[in-house]
Design a protein around this ligand. Structure first.
Ligand code: UDP
Length: 175
């Protein structure tokens, strides 16, 4: 994390929100929870929010080339919305106040992800490579050992399954 980089305000805002939340817990004894949400996806995402899941699905459904940024070797791990909700609800009822990661640790490259979207949507789309945005993390994968231990939680929905449902939803609901 670079506090004066282009994403500095975003990173710092999250760090500050956690600190102030914990201060409320400590000082006012409020039953606060801090969940660290990682990349999440599913039906009803905004198609034009610029993130990789809606971008690739939109492009695939319109037979447009999928825009992979950089060489596509950066990794991400995506959590299906229903898994995330289950993790958040369990945290609400657990006696934990420190930050807990809720995300999917199953990691793959963006290039692999693009190929999977192409396969599942049976599109004619090809892959094109575009410049990598500044400060794009090389890897993002949550360590969910706290959630496993204290919430008895881990994601259940496999990427292929969740992606299939998401693509289906977009093909029925967007134009
Ligand atoms: N990405 C991509 N093509 C796109 C949109 C995003 O290759 O059309 C890449 C982006 O550079 C990043 C990854 O996919 O490496 C995930 O991007 P997103 O914005 O969805 O999430 P974040 O970077 O916040 O994890």
């Amino acid at each position: 994390m670079n506090p004066i980089g282009p994403r500095g305000v975003y990173d710092e805002a999250k760090r500050f929100a956690e600190a102030i939340t914990f201060a409320y817990h400590r000082y006012h004894k409020i039953n606060t929870k801090i969940v660290r949400i990682f990349n999440t996806y599913g039906p009803r995402m905004r198609i034009n929010d610029g993130r990789v899941v809606p971008n690739f699905i939109y492009q695939a459904l319109h037979d447009q080339p999928l825009t992979v940024y950089g060489n596509g070797q950066q990794t991400r791990s995506f959590c299906f919305y229903s898994d995330l909700i289950e993790g958040v609800v369990r945290l609400l009822y657990a006696p934990i106040h420190g930050p807990v990661n809720v995300g999917n640790p199953y990691e793959f490259t963006i290039l692999e992800f693009a190929r999977l979207v192409i396969k599942l949507s049976r599109t004619k789309s090809k892959i094109v490579f575009k410049p990598l945005p500044t400060d794009d993390p090389k890897q993002r994968q949550p360590d969910i050992s706290l959630a496993k231990k204290y919430l008895k939680w881990e994601p259940k929905v496999k990427l292929e399954e969740g992606l299939q449902e998401t693509i289906q939803w977009f093909s029925n609901n967007s134009n």
